[in-house]
Design a protein around this ligand. Structure first.
Ligand SMILES: [Zn+2]
Length: 98
Protein backbone atom coordinates (compact mmCIF):
# COMPACT_ATOMS: atom_id res chain seq x y z
CA UNK A 1 0.00 0.00 0.00
CA UNK A 2 1.33 3.41 -0.94
CA UNK A 3 0.21 7.02 -0.69
CA UNK A 4 0.38 8.93 -3.97
CA UNK A 5 -0.15 12.61 -4.68
CA UNK A 6 -1.86 13.36 -7.98
CA UNK A 7 -0.35 16.51 -9.48
CA UNK A 8 -0.40 18.29 -12.80
CA UNK A 9 2.39 16.84 -14.91
CA UNK A 10 3.19 20.30 -16.29
CA UNK A 11 6.40 21.55 -14.79
CA UNK A 12 7.20 18.35 -12.90
CA UNK A 13 10.13 16.25 -13.97
CA UNK A 14 11.40 13.14 -12.27
CA UNK A 15 15.10 13.11 -12.93
CA UNK A 16 18.45 12.22 -11.47
CA UNK A 17 21.38 9.92 -12.01
CA UNK A 18 19.68 7.01 -10.28
CA UNK A 19 16.13 7.31 -11.68
CA UNK A 20 15.05 4.13 -13.43
CA UNK A 21 11.90 3.63 -15.51
CA UNK A 22 9.66 0.60 -15.72
CA UNK A 23 6.52 -0.05 -17.79
CA UNK A 24 4.20 -1.82 -15.39
CA UNK A 25 1.44 -2.13 -18.00
CA UNK A 26 1.07 -1.14 -21.67
CA UNK A 27 0.26 2.51 -20.87
CA UNK A 28 1.76 3.01 -17.40
CA UNK A 29 5.33 4.00 -16.66
CA UNK A 30 6.72 3.98 -13.13
CA UNK A 31 9.92 5.55 -11.94
CA UNK A 32 11.96 4.43 -9.00
CA UNK A 33 15.39 4.96 -7.53
CA UNK A 34 17.75 2.57 -9.25
CA UNK A 35 20.00 2.62 -6.19
CA UNK A 36 17.59 1.81 -3.34
CA UNK A 37 14.37 0.85 -5.14
CA UNK A 38 12.18 3.63 -3.69
CA UNK A 39 9.09 4.22 -5.85
CA UNK A 40 8.97 7.78 -7.19
CA UNK A 41 6.10 8.23 -9.67
CA UNK A 42 3.42 6.71 -11.86
CA UNK A 43 2.21 8.16 -15.13
CA UNK A 44 -0.44 6.72 -17.46
CA UNK A 45 0.04 7.68 -21.11
CA UNK A 46 -3.78 7.71 -21.46
CA UNK A 47 -3.83 10.60 -18.93
CA UNK A 48 -0.59 12.47 -19.68
CA UNK A 49 -1.72 15.59 -17.80
CA UNK A 50 -1.63 13.69 -14.49
CA UNK A 51 1.43 12.51 -12.60
CA UNK A 52 1.28 10.56 -9.36
CA UNK A 53 4.20 11.16 -7.04
CA UNK A 54 5.01 8.86 -4.12
CA UNK A 55 4.36 10.97 -1.02
CA UNK A 56 6.98 9.06 0.96
CA UNK A 57 9.65 10.16 -1.56
CA UNK A 58 8.97 13.89 -1.05
CA UNK A 59 11.45 15.88 1.03
CA UNK A 60 8.51 17.13 3.13
CA UNK A 61 6.26 14.06 3.07
CA UNK A 62 4.20 15.38 5.99
CA UNK A 63 2.99 18.33 3.92
CA UNK A 64 0.77 16.18 1.70
CA UNK A 65 -1.93 14.15 3.47
CA UNK A 66 -3.96 11.46 1.67
CA UNK A 67 -7.58 12.38 0.87
CA UNK A 68 -9.09 9.00 -0.07
CA UNK A 69 -8.43 5.31 -0.57
CA UNK A 70 -8.59 3.75 -4.01
CA UNK A 71 -8.46 0.21 -5.36
CA UNK A 72 -10.41 -1.07 -2.36
CA UNK A 73 -11.53 -3.92 -4.59
CA UNK A 74 -7.92 -5.18 -4.43
CA UNK A 75 -7.35 -4.67 -0.68
CA UNK A 76 -6.01 -7.41 1.50
CA UNK A 77 -8.68 -8.96 3.73
CA UNK A 78 -7.03 -7.78 6.99
CA UNK A 79 -6.48 -4.17 5.91
CA UNK A 80 -9.54 -2.60 7.57
CA UNK A 81 -8.63 -4.15 10.94
CA UNK A 82 -4.95 -3.13 10.68
CA UNK A 83 -5.74 0.36 12.00
CA UNK A 84 -6.45 -1.14 15.43
CA UNK A 85 -3.08 -2.89 15.76
CA UNK A 86 -0.58 -1.76 18.45
CA UNK A 87 1.58 1.22 17.42
CA UNK A 88 5.28 1.69 18.16
CA UNK A 89 7.56 4.67 17.67
CA UNK A 90 10.49 2.73 16.19
CA UNK A 91 11.93 -0.64 15.42
CA UNK A 92 15.13 -1.43 17.26
CA UNK A 93 17.41 -4.41 16.94
CA UNK A 94 16.32 -5.65 20.35
CA UNK A 95 12.61 -4.89 20.03
CA UNK A 96 9.96 -2.29 19.38
CA UNK A 97 10.17 1.16 21.02
CA UNK A 98 6.91 2.42 22.52
ZN1 LIG B 1 17.43 5.83 -3.54
Amino acid sequence: MMAWAGVSADGVRIEGDTVSRFSSSPTVERTFCGRCGTSLSIQDRDYPEQLYVAIAALEDAGSCAPEFHIWRSERLPWLDEAGDLPRYLKFKRDGLLE
